[in-house]
Design a protein around this ligand. Structure first.
Ligand SMILES: N[C@@H](CCC[C@H](N)C(=O)O)C(=O)O
Length: 293
């Protein structure tokens, strides 16, 4: 392992990441090294780490190449505590920005860049918000666990949704309740999902639907990273849950406001079932060198 690691810091609606290139899969950071880099007081500070590694250099990349041989690059994502996740919706936009700015990939309007992830390959395209990523087929998964969080007066049933990674979405009464919830603690889920879950707290817009677009506000406690300013897959899960609760006639296009900005969510039919897509900005903010102990 090299003593110095050149890294880039990037963010998508305030969900921030440390990125580095390791084409041949030689830099295998341990969970404690990842947690040290992501520490906001003693490290660089980030919600997660994105390693740009060629799919052919990683065991998990073999499945991506089997699914689509054009998935040259694999997004190797770890949460801030060093744990792995299958997918990161804000992360994959920032990762795409990183590949493009570093000349590792190209993407013109109308083209698709295929990226490998542990949740399967993902198609990324340019769009007016920045990038759109097709998160693939979603599913109701995880039942309706009872959710408790600090400062929430009553426990509420959540809705389990998987968009490549696991989420539980909870509807709150109003903005005041959303603002008062203390998400610095891990929300208590009953029954607890075996692999944990990201938990999204949502409030419907007033009105919920404007000009055919659904509007919600969301805060999130991410598995392995704590409260973050945004979670892309969480926004997709929150829009899907709200459409489910709203019933027939609810829209397929959603605008999700998070503390770090706004992302778009779109549900659309495909030959293999309904997909959900996420759109939003992605920005690289600085570069540096890290001494790896
Ligand atoms: N911030 C991400 C989600 C990152 C992974 C998540 N914490 C998990 O453990 O599944 C996003 O933008 O989707």
């Amino acid at each position: 392992m090299p003593a110095d690691l050149h890294f880039t810091k990037g963010q998508g609606t305030g969900n921030d990441f440390v990125l580095f290139t390791d084409p041949d899969g030689e830099v295998d950071l341990s969970p404690s090294q990842i947690a040290a880099i992501c520490d906001r007081h003693f490290g660089v500070g980030a919600d997660g780490i994105l390693r740009a590694v060629r799919s052919r250099s990683l065991e998990a990349g073999a499945a991506a190449l089997a699914e689509d041989e054009s998935a040259e690059w694999f997004m190797d994502y770890h949460n801030a505590d060093g744990s792995l996740s299958e997918m990161c919706g804000n992360g994959i936009r920032v990762y795409t920005r990183y590949l493009l700015d570093n000349g590792l990939a190209t993407l013109a309007p109308g083209e698709t860049l295929v990226i490998g992830t542990r949740g399967g390959v993902r198609d990324v395209q340019l769009n007016k918000l920045g990038f759109q990523v097709d998160l693939g087929r979603w599913r109701l998964d995880g039942g309706e666990p009872l959710v408790r969080a600090k400062n929430l007066q009553v426990a509420r049933p959540g809705l389990g949704i998987n968009v490549g990674n696991p989420h539980v979405v909870v509807a709150l009464a109003d903005d005041a309740e959303l603002d008062e919830a203390d998400l610095s603690f891990i929300p208590h889920l009953e029954p607890a999902p075996a692999d944990g879950a990201n938990v999204e707290f949502v409030v419907p817009g007033d009105p919920l639907v404007r000009d055919g677009v659904g509007h919600i506000r969301m805060r999130v406690h991410e598995r392995g990273s704590g409260e973050t300013l945004s979670c892309g897959t969480g926004a997709a899960a929150a829009a899907l849950a709200t459409r489910h609760w709203a019933g027939a006639g609810a829209p397929n296009n959603w605008s999700v406001s998070v503390p770090g900005g706004v992302v778009g969510v779109r549900m659309f039919p495909t030959e293999d079932g309904e997909h959900v897509a996420l759109s939003g900005p992605a920005e690289l903010v600085y570069e540096g060198d890290l001494a790896i102990a």
